[in-house]
Design a protein around this ligand. Sequence first.
Ligand code: FES
Length: 321
Amino acid sequence: MLKLTVTDIRDAAPGVRQICLADKGALLPGFDAGAHIRIDVPDVGPREYSLINLDPKRATQDGVTSYDLGVRLEDDSTGGSVFMHALTPGAEVMCAPPRNDFPLAESPNPLLIAGGIGITPIATMAAYLAGQELPFDLHYSGREQGSLAFLDALKKFTGQKFAANHLTTHYDNTDTALDLGALLRTISPARDIYVCGPGGMIEATKAAAAQAGFDAGRVHFELFARATPKTGDVAFEVEIASTGDVHTIPADQSIIEALEAAGLDLMYDCQRGDCGICQTDVVSGIPDHRDVVLSDDEKSAGEVMQICVSRAKSERLVLDI
Ligand code: FES
């Protein structure tokens, strides 16, 4: 674990803060575009935040002296963004070194799509590509004008002087709202798509890409937030097939959280429903899928589920654990 100090905090957009962390100028582990760090939030647990680099000339792979994060204060925060927004310069945080579950492949002219604070890994990809003088198209969507963080920095390496780097902004409350179906119909299905945003945007991108003839493997995605409990969520039971033990999953806990609290050792990573590492076979019962990993057909089949975010439509699930 790294012990880092908050060295700078700036407002990046309404409700979004750019937070800079460092260790007295010491060299910190490097990172590639798309990487995140996992911060240990006291009394809450680990929370992942993408690392931002907005300078195409800054090489980050071999080590850096600071990490920049962009954190939006979530209306339905489970504690992570509230903690991050309460930080002040000089505060200390513990975090794990960078890790990248959303790497940029070497493919020509990628299409980058960001929704809201999902811009953090996408902007870093754009800066990297600009630094390599590689073309890209970036579509950045938000609720309204003035809501898009880091827009001024993005404009410095896209547009007129950088003819190969296209930035298009979209605002939900205007006729510029992002129409993924229309966009992807104009894009060659040989290009790779990188999308980071809320679950609905990722699902819509996957669906529009499939309809436009993209192979599923061309769509790379990362959710920017953990799934939070929905109104109406209720407790249900999980039976462990290997032992017959039955555990109650409370309405405000995930299956992983409840089973770990009961002493089970489980394999997982993102806890957002986008990496697939926690996928578990369903022996019986009906899952309530809330991930972005499985296809619609796989969700309908109900044979596997992501136990970090998905819940149950039946009173009990029997899981192959
Ligand atoms: S831990 Fe990543 S999908 Fe569940």
